[in-house]
Design a protein around this ligand. Structure first.
Ligand SMILES: Nc1ncnc2c1ncn2[C@@H]1O[C@H](COP(=O)(O)OP(=O)(O)OP(=O)(O)O)[C@@H](O)[C@H]1O
Length: 271
């Protein structure tokens, strides 16, 4: 094998290894409306990547396509080098990708601790069959889940909320619980859909600190956010979506200064 072949192979491997999630030529329409229009981008492992764009640009649809809640009409999604296109959300989660929703899941009648306990993915306790075939495994897994929930509640400094009804929380506290709950699945990449929408500035700062802490511990983030100060201070790079396709990508400073981005926001009604 020649030296150049070895180098080319090493480089190809390295550049692939740096990418945790890749979207290639993704397409989705609702009736006559092409909501995702041949969109392609990649999220680098270890990054906090921002996904911004005017209202209706197709950001949430993109999250639904990536995480398996919508099926694309064309193109592909890769997570951790595996093709996850068309998979169910739980299967995509098994490949290391978890997402949160703009509006947190309903948790009526549950305390925060209980809401956290329904979070972990694929716990053996959910398997009726295993209750009979491996009851000790169920007990063990449930104890582990309880321990992990207590640990995560402490890490997120929300242990004082553990016994409160989840429905009594403020919007910001609920977003914090959602983030903590998503982390129970130990994702490699977490997709957050507007984590600080309707959240007061103190809690928004707390959320940003938690995201940075988790990122430093190895979690990669892709974050949709309309709050420009929040996302520009937290994320790098920033990907801009407009009318279903990627308009540009760059550092926060590049994006702030980009005329096409400014035009897209003005044309689209702004954020
Ligand atoms: N299930 C659906 N059925 C029909 N149209 C849809 C559906 N989901 C989204 N759309 C349309 O697709 C377009 C893009 O919506 P999407 O929610 O992805 O945009 P967005 O960039 O997340 O917007 P916002 O910033 O306002 O949340 C909108 O015109 C929306 O009305």
């Amino acid at each position: 094998m020649s030296e150049s072949t070895v180098n080319a192979q090493t480089n190809a491997h390295m550049s692939k290894g740096d990418v945790l999630m890749r979207v290639e030529d993704l397409q989705k329409s609702f009736g006559a409306l092409q909501v995702t229009d041949h969109a392609s981008f990649a999220v680098e492992r270890g990054s906090i990547t921002g996904l911004i764009g005017p209202n209706g640009a197709g950001k949430s649809t993109m999250f639904n396509l990536i995480s398996g809640f919508y099926q694309p009409e064309g193109g592909s999604v890769e997570v951790n080098d595996a093709d996850v296109t068309g998979m169910q959300p739980y299967e995509v989660a098994e490949h290391g990708l978890i997402r949160t929703f703009q509006t947190p899941r309903k948790v009526e009648g549950m305390t925060v601790r209980e809401a956290m306990l329904v979070g972990p993915q694929n716990q053996p306790g959910e398997s009726f069959f295993e209750l009979f075939t491996a009851p000790s495994r169920v007990g063990e897994a449930e104890r582990e889940n309880l321990d992990r929930v207590e640990q995560v509640l402490e890490e997120f400094e929300i242990d004082h909320l553990a016994t409160q009804p989840a429905t009594d929380l403020s919007g910001g506290q609920m977003k914090l619980v959602e983030l903590a709950r998503a982390m129970l699945a130990k994702p490699d990449i977490l997709l957050l859909d507007e984590p600080v929408a309707g959240v007061n500035p103190t809690l928004a700062n707390k959320l940003a600190d938690q995201i940075r802490r988790l990122n430093e511990a190895g979690t990669t983030f892709l974050i949709i956010e309309h709050d420009m100060d929040f996302i520009m201070n937290l994320a790098d790079p920033i990907i801009v979506l407009d009318q279903g396709s990627v308009l540009t990508e760059g550092t926060p400073d590049d994006i702030r200064a980009n005329e096409r981005v400014i035009d897209a926001y003005l044309g689209g009604g702004g954020a």
